[in-house]
Write a protein that binds this ligand. Structure first.
Ligand SMILES: [Zn+2]
Length: 356
């Protein structure tokens, strides 16, 4: 054991720090989380996390490497209630965080614009000023509404439900009050989804979908939408696809009434929510597939979001019409990462907007 510890400590030795790299301006170690602040917006590709395989009698170690340099020279070798924590400049381009514990443990890594948060106790209860936030997770489509049909006749409704159920579970484990609009392969009318959220006075509404664009298109990647009148042609296309499913009683949502629903503050907050979800989702997806395409945050006229009286976003978790992305979307470990990304994005929204 001693030998390996010494080796790790040796690896943490200081190197000359290059000047133009991303800078870490501040870090704060709490009981079971580490918050690292950066000088400029964080690029998810600059973070790499891995496990150092423990042999007998050695602690279990998680390493998080960040392409960045500390503004001053840090060296923390500390122990919190949850884990041993070492922080140091590993080489000129890399800041390294090593977390260790005797038993195998998981960490939740989330990013918001200039912050990286590493939770060593990812299943602890997240309360915001003593308040337990409530979230409605909407698995897109269901029952006779299959949603898009992908390669190998994969149905959007099935992929959406898998990821939605995982997202709900992760959020519940993290202390959120969570309701799903459907937990099985049921048909749920579009307006009943937001009606449920409104009735519960939920704080957030997140609708989960998979995208489709038939060959010869090779579109792939993740996108997050918030409600607005359509802007780009692409947004209109995606919205048209999502809106074209079975629509009950939609007559009452005339186009004008739909636009009247849009209250400025809600649009702004929905935009913030979409940004937090997209960033976290992309980060999480890239932990498995580094080349995941960033479809960005977009606005679109989605019926399923209309009438939501709380910030709402619609997540397109990938294209079931893309050969490789479709395969990933069926892989439980990728589904879990996608769900974690969405859940931590929702949590980031609360961290950024609830605590001031
Ligand atoms: Zn859909």
């Amino acid at each position: 054991m001693e030998k390996t510890v010494k080796l790790v400590v040796a690896l943490l030795a200081f190197f000359a720090v290059s000047l133009d790299a991303q800078k870490i301006t501040r870090y704060q170690l709490e009981q079971d989380r580490l918050i690292v602040e950066f000088e400029s917006a964080l690029n998810v590709g600059d973070i790499n996390d891995f496990i150092i395989k423990a042999s007998r009698n050695e602690p279990f170690r998680r390493v998080i490497d960040i392409k960045a340099a500390f503004a001053d020279k840090p060296f923390i070798d500390s122990k919190t209630a949850s884990a041993g924590v070492k922080i140091a400049q590993f080489n000129a381009e890399t800041a390294r965080i090593v977390l260790s514990r005797d038993d195998k443990f998981d960490v939740a890594i989330s990013v918001s614009e200039k912050n990286l948060t590493i939770d060593f106790a990812p299943n602890k209860i997240a309360l915001f000023d003593g308040y337990k936030p409530s979230v409605v997770i909407d698995a897109g489509h269901g029952g006779r509404d299959t949603g898009a049909i992908g390669l190998n006749k994969i149905k959007e409704k099935d992929v959406a439900l898998k990821v939605a159920a995982l997202t709900a579970k992760i959020l519940r484990d993290r202390g959120f009050e969570v309701k799903m609009t459907r937990e099985n392969d049921n048909y749920v009318a579009l307006q009943n989804r937001t009606t449920l959220a409104n009735g519960l006075k939920a704080d957030i509404f997140v609708s989960i979908h998979a995208n489709a664009c038939p060959p010869p298109s090779k579109l792939e990647g993740v996108e997050t939408y918030f409600l607005s009148p359509a802007k780009s042609d692409r947004a209109k296309e995606v919205a048209a696809l999502e809106n074209s499913v079975v629509v009950d009683n939609m007559e009452k949502y005339s186009k004008e009434a739909f636009l009247n629903f849009l209250n400025r503050e809600m649009v702004v907050n929905s935009n913030k929510l979409a940004i937090d979800i997209q960033r976290s989702l992309l980060f999480s997806a890239r932990r498995k597939h580094a080349k995941t395409i960033d479809g960005g945050v977009r606005e679109g006229p989605f019926w399923v979001l209309t009438g939501a009286q709380m910030p709402a976003a619609l997540v397109e978790i990938g294209y079931i019409t893309h050969k490789d992305e479709m395969k990933r979307l069926l892989d439980p470990s990728y589904q879990r990462l996608i769900a974690e990304g969405i859940a931590l994005g929702v949590e980031s929204y609360f961290i950024n907007n609830w605590r001031r």
